[in-house]
Design a protein around this ligand. Structure first.
Ligand code: MN
Ligand code: MN
Length: 301
């Protein structure tokens, strides 16, 4: 089961300007073949389907911990996309002056037609995410090789999207995901090492460029040691991941560490209504009525 917290993994700055085309590029990291929806669903299905887990518990615990973290990555990217889309069109409810006309210049018109100026489970070209991106063979060595490849491919895509967008919101989320994805690359490499004896961490980093070349990522590695920590994302389970996640980091030699629980997170950014999109609507909603019910229940709204 998953336990959910109403917090976001990282602090996201407000964008300098609305940027629907940056948002469209960032969608690749959410709903692309190598995006966070793919990592989440690959590790989730592999963990559900993991047979013989009593004997192979550390590999199961590692896959479960990373699967749960990927949910927080989908969440962080969605908020980044929503922030980038905010203010793209002129707010107002009068349709006559075409308040959505700027949206016809945006690469992804689904953001304006199919959603209320918000993230969708699509890639940078607007293709919807598909379960065909999920690989769950039931063979541990094969699944771990796939996961290592998937995280390396995801890393390449993050670097390329970083080079496409200069907005600080987009770069903040990509910098964070480069660091956390880097942890997952090393985690699957170490899992393969423990399973087979082959020194897979010698391949790292793939692609060859270090995370330290990206200022947002470098800061998180230097100040928070975020490249060394594997979180279990559970209050008491999955600690046997530490049988795999230990020893020196292959790039800088610092000690790897398992943390019980999730990242502390921050309050999520508040997003204004978009009246020109009839979003969120619900004009008949009476906050006074809800306040009085909440008061009777001893709650504060
Ligand atoms: Mn991720
Ligand atoms: Mn990952």
């Amino acid at each position: 089961m998953i336990l959910r917290y109403d917090r976001l993994a990282i602090e996201l700055p407000k964008p300098k300007n609305p940027s629907p085309n940056d948002a469209a590029a960032v969608q690749e990291l959410l709903g692309g073949k190598f995006g966070e929806m793919s990592t989440l669903m690959n590790y989730t299905f592999q963990s559900f389907n993991f047979r013989g887990r009593d004997r192979l518990r550390p590999f199961y615990d590692l896959t479960c911990s990373i699967a749960a973290e990927e949910y927080s990555h989908i969440e962080a990217l969605s908020y980044a996309i929503n922030l980038l889309l905010t203010g793209t069109t002129v707010r107002g409810t009068d349709p006559e002056p075409a308040p959505l006309k700027d949206a016809t210049d945006a690469r992804n018109t689904y953001h304006f037609i199919a959603s209320g100026q918000a993230a969708l489970p699509v890639d940078s070209m607007g293709n919807f995410w598909t379960g065909q991106n999920v690989f769950s063979s039931g063979n541990l060595k094969l699944d771990l090789l796939h996961n290592f490849f998937l995280e390396c491919g995801a890393r390449a895509n993050k670097m390329r999207v970083y080079e496409m967008v200069s907005d600080p919101t987009a770069r903040a989320v990509i910098g964070y995901l480069l660091v956390r994805g880097g942890v997952h690359v090393v985690a699957y490499a170490r899992a393969l090492e423990k399973l087979t004896g082959v020194e897979v961490t010698k391949l790292v980093p793939v692609p060859e460029l270090s995370n330290k070349a990206f200022p947002e990522a470098r800061k998180l590695e230097e100040q928070q040691k975020l490249h060394l920590k594997l979180y279990t994302f559970s209050p008491e389970d999955y600690m046997k991941a530490g049988i795999i996640w230990n020893g020196p980091h292959p790039e800088d030699g610092q000690p790897l560490e398992v943390i019980q629980g999730g990242v502390p997170g921050v309050p999520y950014p508040k997003l204004e209504e978009e009246p020109q999109l009839n979003a969120p609507g619900a004009d008949g909603y009476d906050p006074d009525m809800f306040n009085s019910i909440a008061k009777k229940m001893g709650m504060k709204l």
